[in-house]
Design a protein. Structure first.
Length: 364
C-alpha cells in the first residue's frame, strides 16, 4: 500500500493521463492547471499524508438535495484532480447510495492515488448496529460497493446514540480482527459531542477521530481535544466547515437544529461579509482548514463547480480583518451546540445558554 502522490502538479497531470487517456476536456484541463499545490498534513501516527481539504461523499447520497448522477461523479473526479486525496463516506449516506456511486469512479483510479474512509454502525436515522457480527458484514459490504480491496480508515459512526461501552468492548475488538486480515488500516470514531471523544481517549488506543461542526467560525470546541490527541498520537479530522449551511447563504436543510436566535446571528454575519464584498462560506472554509493541528477538513458537494470553487478558496489568503469582524458578530452564539444522541453522552450546556429559554436543538 504505497502512499498517494502529494506533489500537487504531478498528481493532477498523472490523474489526467489515467482518467482521460486520449483527450482531457477543456474544463478539466483548466482545473488541472489553475490550482497551485494543495497543502498536506500528517494524520497522527498513521503515516497518512492527507490534503488539508478532503472530499465528503455524503452529498453523493443526496443528503441535502436531489442530485444529477453524472454531475456527482464528475464532482469526485474534480476533487481528486484538484489535489484532495482523502474521500470520506458511510453506508448511512443515501442508505448505501454514496458508496455505490463511488464504486463507479474508484475502479478507474490507481488504488494508491487516494485514501478512502467509510463508517459503520449507523445505517438509517434510527437504525444502529455495532455488534461484532454486523461489523464484519458492514466492512465487507462497503468494500464490495466501492469495488476496493481495503479501506484506509474505518470509523464507528455517530456512537453518541448508543452505549459507549459496547463500542469499547465489542465493536473496536471486532475491527482489530478485521484489521489483522488486511481489510482496514486505521480505526477511529466519529460523532458530535466532545464528551464522547474524551471517553475513548481515556480508555482505548484510537488511530484517529472525526468531529463535525466543532471547528467553525461559530464553534471551536474541537481545539480543546487537540492536546490530548497529540499526546496520544491520535489524528484529528474536522468536518462540516459550513455547519450544515448555517455559515453560508444557502437555505438550511429542514433537519437543521439551530434555533431561530442562532440563525439570526448567522444571517447577520453572512450579510456583513457580503457588504464587504466577500462570501461567508469562503471565510468559513478558510478558517476551518487553517489550524495545522487539524489534519484535514471534510466537506462535499455533488456539484463539480462548487468543489473547484472550494479548492480555489483553500489556496487564497484569508482576510484577517473580515475574520475578526465576523467573529465579533458571532460572539453571542460562540460554542453554542445542540444535543445529539443519548443524554449521558452529551456535553454540559454552557451557563450562558441556559437562560435563553430555548433548549439546544429546538427551532422556535
Amino acid at each position: 500500500m504505497s502512499e498517494p502522490y502529494n506533489d500537487g502538479a504531478r498528481l493532477r497531470v498523472k490523474r489526467a493521463e489515467l482518467i482521460y487517456p486520449t483527450l482531457i476536456s477543456f474544463v478539466h484541463f483548466q482545473a488541472q492547471i489553475n490550482f497551485p499545490l494543495m497543502q498536506y498534513r500528517s494524520l497522527g501516527q498513521t503515516g497518512l499524508n492527507i490534503s488539508a481539504l478532503s472530499f465528503g461523499a455524503s452529498s453523493l447520497g443526496a443528503e441535502f438535495r436531489k442530485i444529477d448522477i453524472p454531475e456527482a461523479l464528475r464532482a469526485v473526479r474534480v476533487a481528486l484532480d484538484c489535489g484532495m486525496n482523502f474521500i470520506d463516506t458511510s453506508p448511512y449516506y443515501g442508505r448505501g447510495m454514496s458508496e455505490a456511486l463511488l464504486g463507479q469512479v474508484l475502479p478507474d483510479l490507481p488504488r494508491d492515488s487516494y485514501y478512502l474512509g467509510t463508517k459503520l454502525g449507523r445505517y438509517a436515522p434510527a437504525h444502529f448496529d455495532f455488534s461484532s457480527r454486523r461489523v464484519i458484514e458492514s466492512v465487507d459490504v462497503s468494500l464490495q460497493r466501492m469495488k476496493v480491496d481495503y479501506l484506509d480508515v474505518i470509523l464507528c459512526h455517530d456512537v453518541e446514540f448508543v452505549d459507549l461501552d459496547q463500542i469499547l468492548e465489542e465493536t473496536i475488538p471486532a475491527l482489530e480482527k478485521i484489521r489483522a486480515q488486511g481489510k482496514v488500516r486505521f480505526i477511529g470514531v466519529s460523532g458530535y459531542p466532545m464528551k464522547m471523544f474524551r471517553y475513548f481517549l481515556e480508555r482505548t488506543n484510537l488511530d484517529l477521530i472525526l468531529s463535525y461542526n466543532h471547528y467553525t467560525l461559530q464553534n471551536t470546541m474541537l481545539m480543546e481535544l487537540v492536546p490530548d490527541c497529540q499526546q496520544q498520537g491520535v489524528g484529528v479530522m474536522n468536518a462540516a466547515p459550513f455547519s450544515a449551511r448555517l455559515l453560508s447563504t444557502a437555505p438550511l436543510p429542514p433537519w437543521h437544529k439551530a434555533p431561530e436566535w442562532v440563525r439570526e446571528v448567522a444571517r447577520r454575519a453572512a450579510a456583513h461579509a457580503a457588504e464587504r464584498g466577500s462570501d461567508i462560506a469562503r471565510l468559513a472554509l478558510q478558517y476551518a482548514i487553517a489550524p495545522e493541528e487539524l489534519t484535514t477538513c471534510v466537506t462535499g458537494s455533488a456539484n463539480p463547480e462548487r468543489v473547484a470553487q472550494w479548492c480555489r478558496w483553500a489556496e487564497e489568503p484569508m482576510d484577517q480583518g473580515l475574520l475578526q469582524e465576523v467573529l465579533k458578530i458571532l460572539e453571542p452564539v460562540h460554542n453554542w451546540f445542540y444535543l445529539e444522541g443519548l443524554p449521558e453522552n452529551n456535553d454540559p450546556l454552557a451557563e450562558r445558554y441556559l437562560s435563553t429559554g430555548v433548549a439546544p436543538g429546538e427551532t422556535n
